[in-house]
Design a protein around this ligand. Sequence first.
Ligand code: SAH
Length: 334
Amino acid sequence: MRLTRENIIEILKDNSKNDRLFLLADKVRHDSVGDAVHLRGLIEFSNICKRQCKYCGLRSENSDIDRYRLSPSDIIKYADNAAKMGYKTIVLQSGEDEYYSSDKICEIIRGIKKLDVALTLSIGEKSFDEYKAFKKEGADRYLIRIETTDRELYKLMHPNMDIDNRFRCLEDIKTLGYEVGTGCLVGLPNQTIESLADDILYFKNIEADMVGIGPFIPHPQTPLKDCSHGNFELSLKVMALTRLLLPDINIPATTAMETLNPNGRILALQSGANVVMPNVTAPEYRAKYEIYPNKICITENPEKCRNCIGSKIMSIGRTISSDYGKSKHFKINS
Ligand code: SAH
């Protein structure tokens, strides 16, 4: 669908037609990617991070957090367990933890790629050569949210980081033939509707294959602890508009949506989303990977999560995909 920046801003500002927007995004999702929901098994393997992102509970300056990192063999063990449960995609996510050298990540990739699964990495900013090495070992997708395309806001939120390097990472990932995943936070302090429209246009501009959108949730051990959380409906609207601009991409119903609304992921699945990323890490680590507070399901085991979300998905008349869930958009690119 062709929407100008002005159209997008107008839709984001006007709340009188939200239900129509959600219905339309749901129809576009149905017509473009079908009713199957792709499940991704998420392994949060280290909460150690060298960065100081103002919003994130894993930021290096937070000393009130119990840090952990999983060994390559444990990570592969969790992936194996997830594959046995039927997951066809594994997502590896962590803080930017330098313990995991390029060689260690390659070792982990090799172990996981023996399991007949697609592999997504979400481990932050790396060099072109590192991304190249990971691709060569068999990583299929890379997820790195731009977080916000507003240069000023990006600078405020990410001390000692450079938005141009973030853009460079996304370009490298594309050049190297990964399926490209990105996304943004909704409701950061001082974020404007105009900048959210620019975020959506950026996703379209880089022809992302996957876009994850979630509300900002203030974490008590961060400088943003007293800020208000992002708006649930606005996050849903940014997601629905992304579906209209990029009909055949993969869009996850994010966990942060469910933190703000007990039915958040199902509402997202009914407003344009077609992916869910249940956690497949053991309960002992889930609570510690606290990027924001009140994360859902932190006491659940992987089997319970899989069954719970599986029955919710079927209760709204959708099915669970049994294939790798490659982005349909990616085929067009390649
Ligand atoms: N280090 C990796 C993974 C980051 S954690 C990377 O840089 O890509 C995954 C995502 O969690 C981030 O991209 C961010 O958008 C989101 N996140 C972090 N803190 C958050 C908060 N307080 N509220 C909502 N989402 C948050």
